[in-house]
Design a protein around this ligand. Sequence first.
Ligand SMILES: [Zn+2]
Length: 329
Amino acid sequence: MFDQIKIWMRHLAHTKCAPLTLKFLPVSLLLTAGLAAAQQDFSKVQIKVTKVGGTVYMLEGAGGNIGVSVGEDGVVLVDDQFAPLAPKIREALKGITDKPIKFVLNTHFHGDHTGGNAQFSSEAPIIAQENVRKRLKEGGMVGGTEAKPASKEALPVITFNDRATVHLNGEDIRAIHFPNGHTDGDSVIFFPQSNVVHMGDDFVTYGFPFVDVRSGGSVSGMIAGVEKVLSMTPPDAKIIPGHGPLSTPADVRKFVQMLKETRALVAQAADQGKSAKQMKQDHLLAKYEELGKGFIKTEAWIDLLFAEATRKGGAEAGYQNHGHADEQK
Ligand SMILES: [Zn+2]
């Protein structure tokens, strides 16, 4: 997977149309891929506000979708995109409420979801799973590039292992940790009274998902986590994806079925002694061709599934049951 990103980066570096290509790639994905150096003009970004249901709004700008609970007690933000967008995010909030921000939750540590932390931390404590703080503090490789250790101001000051609940606006806003999915610090945020769920990057709509293996992510963990979320979510709930438009549980189900089916196809072919290269030549995932036209190409997706299928302990090894989120021990 990371090899594929490297190849992709090399390809960009050696292609005359590279600037054009870069221009049309979502900024969040560029950063996820470690191309933070690509100059982005945040001045042109507009924050789109969508009322989702109950107390919850969705803010789209650049980077991960922001979930917002608004009510008489104040504002709870879920993720905060990039630092330069903080003034625009504040402006967008002013259009909804004059109440202050009370808490910020981070779904995971990636910079396109936590970049605004330092801007908001002086007014609202940041809450996140323990591994989010750890990875922000330490820095390290994301995709192909090194992320610098975050400043003190950008670090969550309240951390949890399994779950945390913020009781504001008549809502029990639950952050529940699902281990080893997109990363090892993912939380899905439930707004039960409003019937809304923010999935972080455990559910995205841009095609095959980015699974940050280097940061403890795994496809099997993502599948287990997403299935658990579905079992906890009413069919008429509204789903905020990490990236992409407002979705439904049916969309999430389709996504997890694709994950399972592609995983099974690759595991089966690996059992038959096929190499990843052969699977690519055979167009093993032809049915899902469209999904490979986004950020994660089909070949990279096959490489990732192949690595998981052939890892010692089998495909399930990437997911460890931590007793989280009502899992059966
Ligand atoms: Zn992410």
